[in-house]
Design a protein around this ligand. Structure first.
Ligand code: T3D
Length: 265
């Protein structure tokens, strides 16, 4: 894996790849370089069998403050301004790569996750937050609509009414409140955040990776599917899962009353 990035720290520990967005002086606001580096790293992680779980996090006191508003303003002021819908496509590639990657992706959120940084976290499979986390659908504060998949993921995670409240009022949601409303899976004290993230990531990296990929596919497709199609798909995916070494290992370890050792195959 490439690790020499300008605005990302990329570290692999066993099967866990940790990607740290690294512009702490602006709370890890996205500029084009960081966005492109993130897209490249997520794509590489998806292809690399040695990576069995990805953690996305931020350096310093925040997860991310959304699009860098200085470069955004410069973009608008340019003599040939790029349409936002065109610029957003780079974010969309990242969101789609996270959703389709056949292995789990965890967003680990300390401090602020605002704007499109918040919504990139929502695109991840699981979210762990520290109790100092602040989730802000900041878009309406500057007269924009939620982007980066926020309009899709937010109502599905917290329900329609709460999603509208978060998007319209653009108020901060704390880590504990985010856990209460289902925006994150787990909120832990800051002092325990690193260890809890590590434990969750290692657990997933040691799990049946191929089944995890199939689980993601089943859940992704359920979002725009009917019952019959979903039942058909579960059969197709179960045929694939049934043929994996990890499935055989799972059954054997149960019968032999021992812990399974999954290899991801
Ligand atoms: O195609 C497209 O690109 C369109 C996509 C748009 C997507 C979006 O994400 S729109 C939303 C953009 N984000 C925001 O509107 C959030 C702006 N930031 C804030 O409201 C606040 O900074 C926070 C609530 C996130 C955090 O507040 P606080 O008090 O903890 O920190 P701070 O002091 O405001 O920020 C620390 C520094 O980071 C500060 O720099 P300074 O003054 O110390 O030199 C601040 O200017 C900088 N910073 C924070 N957010 C951004 C930023 N710089 C550039 N862009 C930012 N988004």
């Amino acid at each position: 894996m490439r690790t020499d990035f300008q605005h990302l720290l990329v570290h692999q520990d066993g099967g866990v790849l940790t990607i740290t967005m690294n512009r702490p002086e602006v709370l890890n606001a996205f500029n084009d370089v960081m966005l492109e580096e993130l897209g490249e790293t997520i794509d590489a992680a998806a292809e690399n069998d040695a990576v069995r779980c990805v953690v996305l996090t931020g350096a310093g006191r925040g997860f991310g403050s959304g699009q860098d508003l200085k470069s955004f303003a410069a973009m608008s002021a340019s003599s040939e301004p790029v349409k936002v819908s065109v610029h957003l496509q780079k974010y969309h590639c990242v969101v789609l790569a996270i959703r389709t990657m056949p292995k789990p992706v965890i967003a680990a959120v300390r401090g602020v996750a605002a704007g499109i940084s918040c919504n990139v976290a929502l695109a991840c499979d699981l979210r762990i937050a520290a109790d100092d986390a602040r989730f802000i659908e900041a878009f309406a504060r500057i007269g924009l609509v939620p982007d980066g998949g926020g309009g899709f993921f937010l109502p599905r995670l917290v329900g329609f009414g709460k999603a509208l409240e978060m998007a319209l009022l653009a108020e901060e949601v704390s880590g504990p409140e985010a856990e209460r409303i289902g925006l994150v899976n787990k909120c832990v004290p800051v002092a325990e955040f690193e260890a809890a993230t590590h434990a969750l990531a290692q657990r997933l990296a040691n799990g049946p990776t191929r089944a995890y990929g199939l689980i993601k596919e089943l859940m992704n497709k359920s979002l725009d599917s009917d019952l019959q199609s979903s039942l058909r798909l579960e059969g197709e995916l179960q045929d694939i899962a049934r043929g994996t070494e990890d499935h055989r290992e799972g059954v054997m370890s149960f019968l032999q009353k021992r812990r399974p050792h999954y290899t991801g195959r």
